[in-house]
Design a protein around this ligand. Structure first.
Ligand SMILES: NC(=O)c1ccc[n+]([C@@H]2O[C@H](COP(=O)([O-])OP(=O)(O)OC[C@H]3O[C@@H](n4cnc5c(N)ncnc54)[C@H](OP(=O)(O)O)[C@@H]3O)[C@@H](O)[C@H]2O)c1
Length: 250
């Protein structure tokens, strides 16, 4: 299961997992495209893909969609809570109160609800499962202009830590995965923000001009590696390494 799969990191992860042969449940508010570039599961040799337009803050819709995926695919082994938003950007004191609350509803509420549904599914059958909650370096570093985002990603880290403690006994392994900087519409939004609302904007413009992004294939392959190391002793908080490392000088 990948939430927020209509574009950006979620759609890139879905494409790579499809290439690797994983059956997929994909959702976002806009119907995600089929990662194999076709609209239906026409060929029985290709992985099954179940797609739906679901808002992750709508618990009933998310639970109903997960039940559909379980019915079609038999079970869900890996659940990636990727859906997230960055806005509102700017000093907290200048932010719209309703936008602040909506941010928490999506980034924290959506992860709580998805984690709850998956934890209960893993409890209900044998064989364990892997929960991947997409977090950010902003969970640990305060950025002026990002109060809701820094707070919501810190919450994602703690939700994941607690679920790992609570559900380890039923075989669930949980990761809070920071993907590094990835060139998506969220990064475009960051780069287009005025420095008066986000003073660190220049750092992100420099990353873009040097092209030092992590690709979604790189992130998906890292997630697949995590599936092999999952278990009681694995660390909960992980950061995808930088794909473009400066060559060391002799
Ligand atoms: N890009 C980066 O450099 C970076 C770095 C660190 C962490 N992240 C995290 O990575 C995740 C993906 O970010 P991205 O860069 O790929 O952003 P993006 O391009 O803006 O994509 C966000 C995805 O989330 C979905 N989404 C947003 N609100 C939703 C809702 N209420 N219900 C269901 N789906 C929703 C969007 O689809 P719809 O609009 O169709 O709903 C879209 O598919 C986020 O959690 C973000 O915080 C990104």
């Amino acid at each position: 299961m990948v939430t927020g799969a209509s574009r950006g990191i979620g759609s890139g992860i879905a494409k790579r997992l499809f290439e690797l042969g994983y059956s997929l449940g994909l959702c976002a508010r806009h119907l995600p495209e089929h990662p194999g570039g076709r609209s239906e599961n026409l060929d029985s040799s290709t992985p099954t893909v179940v797609r739906s337009a679901v808002d992750v803050t709508d618990f009933d819709a998310l639970e109903e969609f997960s039940a559909d995926v379980i019915e079609v695919c038999g079970r869900i082994d890996v659940w990636i809570n990727n859906a997230g938003i960055l806005e509102p950007i700017g000093p907290l004191a200048d932010s719209d109160p309703l936008n602040l609350l909506r941010h928490v509803e999506v980034n924290v509420g959506g992860v709580l609800l998805g984690s709850r549904i998956f934890a209960r599914h893993v409890r209900s059958r044998s064989g364990g499962g892997v929960l991947v909650n997409i977090t950010s370096g902003a969970a640990r570093s305060p950025y002026r202009g990002w109060a809701p985002y820094c707070a919501s990603k810190a919450a994602v880290d703690m939700i994941t830590e607690v679920v790992a403690l609570e559900e380890g006994g039923s075989g669930l392994t949980a990761f809070a995965l920071a993907p590094g900087v990835v060139d998506t519409s969220m990064q475009e939004l960051i780069r287009s923000t005025d420095a008066s609302r986000f003073p660190q904007v220049e750092r992100f413009r420099e990353i873009a001009s040097s092209g030092r992004f992590n690709s979604t294939k790189w992130i998906a392959d890292h997630i697949v590696e995590l599936l092999n190391v999952s278990g009681a002793d694995s660390p909960v908080r992980v950061r995808v390494p930088d794909e473009h490392v400066e060559p060391t000088k002799n």
